[in-house]
Design a protein around this ligand. Structure first.
Ligand code: PLP
Length: 396
């Protein structure tokens, strides 16, 4: 089996396309020289449309969590009232970071598998107005739920115009449309190892004018993560500290590949792969965790059935080259997750479905051979508009 590379279906780090891999192996350059400046400018300009912003973006050498910490320490001060909206383990993490830096955090905890409800947010602002900031997770990787960020942000902008909206889009930006400026969002964080098809190591962070202004008065301590220092350095074609140059090469190449494919097709591909994954898993008899109205387009979570020996099942999947992710936090051992973001292709999803189908049948589960792969293929074709959904016109 080890003649082949595994089908790495975890929600990041994602598999690297060959040219991205090669980019990461290139010789080092002077990070204070003109080649680096040109590359940095390409990345910062090239990534803005994916954020949906014309404002400044900072690129920091750090994991995604460092990006979340940067969002918090740059605009908040100890004692600030902050509303943390958590729909899973990454929402919990964002709130914990704010609390650690002394913010007075109130949490809205949504049942895992559900999205945050704009009406709940509105009610909370009516009950307790004056929050300095609200923390939102765009795509909750631990549950496979994508929040209706535009609608949530619209409520905040309407009822509390001065509240800062900080969004963790580590596992979504670049894979789905996003309009930070139009939606009135103040800080958005993403990470290189997700939709950008690169190794871990860089966080890209966009901030609104309101957020840049807030940084001048915020008093949370910051040195390495000070976004103002990054912005100043970026204006000189540099980063303030030595960057992870190999990952910078990769993100440069990743964005080039995405633009060559076309953003609209990148988004459509993610949507089709998500639809195929859901259809395939459902046909295999797995119950999906996410409320279907808010199913993520980058990762799908499914419950481990009570009658399935997951450890043995997963060992067999791995032996056949399929690598899935387990559950996180309170879902550890209860769900498995299949990532479909970044360089993912429909063929990889069909391949994963076929392995799951084969192993399901080998484990005696009641599945008709070929049915899951067929369901996945049909769902993808419907998503791409190649065929008309069977249900279309049913009510006409
Ligand atoms: N936020 C979300 C939604 C994520 O999916 C992740 C990583 O999976 C993070 C934050 C943290 O990123 P990192 O593991 O790079 O610190």
């Amino acid at each position: 089996m080890d003649r082949f590379e595994p089908n790495l279906r975890i929600p990041g780090p994602t598999a690297l396309p060959p040219s991205v891999r090669e980019a990461g192996a290139r010789q080092m350059i002077n990070h204070r020289g003109p080649e680096f400046a040109a590359m940095l400018a390409r990345i910062l300009d090239g990534i803005k449309p994916y954020f949906g912003t014309t404002g400044d973006v900072a690129m920091i050498t750090t994991a995604g969590t460092g990006g979340l910490e940067a969002a918090v320490v740059n605009v908040l001060s100890p004692g600030d009232r902050v509303l943390g909206v958590s729909i899973g383990s990454f929402g919990d993490r964002f709130a914990k970071i704010a609390r650690t830096y002394g913010a007075d955090v109130t949490k809205i905890e949504v049942e895992w598998g559900q999205a945050a409800d704009p009406a709940t947010l509105r009610a909370e602002f009516e009950r307790a107005p004056g929050y300095r900031a609200v923390l939102l997770t765009h795509n909750e990787t631990s549950t496979g739920v994508m929040n209706p960020i535009r609608d949530l942000a619209a409520v905040v902008r309407e009822v509390s115009p001065d509240t800062l909206i900080l969004v963790d889009s580590v596992s979504a930006l670049g894979a789905v449309p996003f309009e930070m400026d139009a939606w009135g969002i103040d800080i958005v964080v993403t990470g290189s190892q997700k939709a950008w098809m690169s190794a871990p190591g860089l966080a890209m962070i966009a901030a609104s004018e309101r957020a840049w202004a807030a940084m001048e008065t915020a008093t949370a301590p910051r040195v390495y993560l000070d976004l103002r220092v990054h912005r100043e350095s970026h204006a000189q074609g540099q980063t303030p500290w030595t960057p992870a140059i190999a990952v910078v090469y990769q993100v440069d190449e990743g964005i080039r590949l995405m633009n060559a494919e076309g953003a609209a097709h990148v988004f459509a591909r993610h949507e089709a792969c998500a639809a195929a994954t859901r259809a395939g898993l459902t046909a295999l008899g797995f119950e999906l965790l996410a409320d279907p109205r808010f199913a993520s387009r980058t990762v799908t979570g499914a419950l481990v059935p009570d009658d399935l020996d997951w450890k043995a099942f997963n060992t067999e999947l791995k032996r056949r080259g399929l690598v899935l992710a387990g559950g996180q936090g309170k879902l550890t051992g209860k769900i498995f997750r299949l990532g479909h973001l970044g360089s993912v292709t429909l063929e990889e999803i069909l391949g994963a479905t076929s392995v799951l189908e084969f192993v399901s049948i080998a484990f005696g589960r009641s599945v008709r051979p070929g049915s899951a792969v067929a369901a996945a293929q049909v769902a993808a074709m419907e998503s791409f508009g190649l065929i008309v959904p069977a249900s279309a016109g049913a009510g006409a």
